[in-house]
Design a protein around this ligand. Structure first.
Ligand code: FAD
Length: 305
């Protein structure tokens, strides 16, 4: 049943029609549990509350699969505005972004121009940028762009997904760039030709890449809600004498908030991924796909905004 629901929500997440409807009618169906608001003002307020509790943040202006220059330009402007707000309000926050929202599917020139604008503003405001990883068809291009920007700017990182067969090799290829990487299990529906279909294999590969990246001496963000992986990381760093300033844990806004605070109390760096904006629909559907138990919140949310 869980598998069926997962496929169903991932299928829904791709609906352009429902994405448009969601934008038109605003945050609904309990989405505000996972999305920090539709405006930058709402997001800043939520980030301040998290910072006050000792939680660092990476903020994401929601949007993906943009197919016109105008939309890509618009999205870039929102990213610039977000970076300015982080600087102005002195937030303990970074920015996460998706290259498809900046024109990756339009042309290389478009996405590079937009990324250059963002990196210039990020440098000015001393804000770190993470390029999220999307589905496997965009992985190669995303890594190429990351490598090009990393040669020019220090304040940029990206994401590798444990479910892809290629990830171990990607990790080795990236080693010479001394990258700051967020390591995740992977959130998209991928075919067995490119990704481990079995969760057990994903978890094993996840532990392997966490260990490799930490042992290579590079900054590692372990982004998971899975106790088994969190405990593995804690044990591994202790055994290898890896200092706490070489890694952090990351979780999504609204998921396991009590565990987030527990990790802060234990003295670990904990960063919360805080999405905001009107384009919340695809992100929300992927969260439901990950944990169909969250659907209960949706039914409660239908009657509230
Ligand atoms: P799962 O296998 O989903 O869950 C394992 C266990 O964790 C569960 O059995 C349960 O014990 C516990 N758990 C999970 N959810 C809950 C909950 N709601 N309440 C209580 N317990 C729970 N994916 C990408 O593809 N690209 C990205 O760029 C990307 N960026 C991310 C950034 C961050 C900060 C995070 C946290 C995730 C990101 N992801 C990204 C999503 C990621 O790939 C996974 O889809 C997502 O994190 C779910 O996997 P999991 O590691 O939490 O473990």
């Amino acid at each position: 049943m869980e598998k069926v629901l997962r496929s169903f929500f991932l299928f829904l997440s791709k609906s352009k029609f429902l994405t448009k409807m969601a934008k038109k009618y605003g945050l609904r169906f309990g989405a505000s549990r996972f999305v920090a608001g539709e405006t930058i003002e709402e997001a800043v307020q939520k980030i301040k509350e998290l910072n006050d509790k000792g939680l660092a943040v990476t903020v994401d202006y929601l949007g993906e699969f943009v197919d016109t220059e105008e939309e890509a330009n618009n999205h870039t402007n929102h990213c610039l505005e977000t970076i300015e707000a982080i600087g102005r309000e002195k937030l303990d926050a970074q920015l996460s972004l998706k290259l498809t929202s900046l024109g990756l599917d339009i042309s290389e020139e478009t996405v590079m121009n937009n990324m250059e604008r963002i990196m210039a503003k990020a440098k000015e405001n001393d804000v770190f940028i993470t390029i999220d990883m999307e589905d496997h068809t965009r992985c190669e291009k995303t890594l190429d762009i990351f490598k090009r920007l990393k040669q020019k700017y220090g304040n940029i990182g990206t994401v590798l997904q444990a479910y892809l067969y290629r990830t171990e090799k990607d990790l080795n290829d990236l080693n010479e760039y001394a990258p700051n990487l967020r390591l995740v299990k992977g959130a998209y529906k991928e075919p067995a030709e490119v990704a481990f279909p079995d969760k057990k294999d994903v978890d094993e590969n996840y532990k392997k890449i966490i260990a490799t990246h930490l042992e290579n001496g590079h900054y590692t963000a372990v982004a998971t809600h899975d106790d088994q992986i969190i405990d593995f990381t804690k044990k591994f760093v202790q055994e290898k004498g890896i200092k706490r300033d070489q890694f952090e844990f990351q979780m999504l806004y609204g998921i396991r908030p009590e565990k987030q605070l527990e990790l802060v109390k234990e003295g670990y760096k904990m960063r919360v991924y805080v999405p905001f904006g009107t384009d919340w629909y695809g992100y929300f559907m992927r969260r439901l796909a990950e944990r169909p138990a969250n659907v209960a919140f949706v039914f409660k949310g239908i009657f509230r905004k």
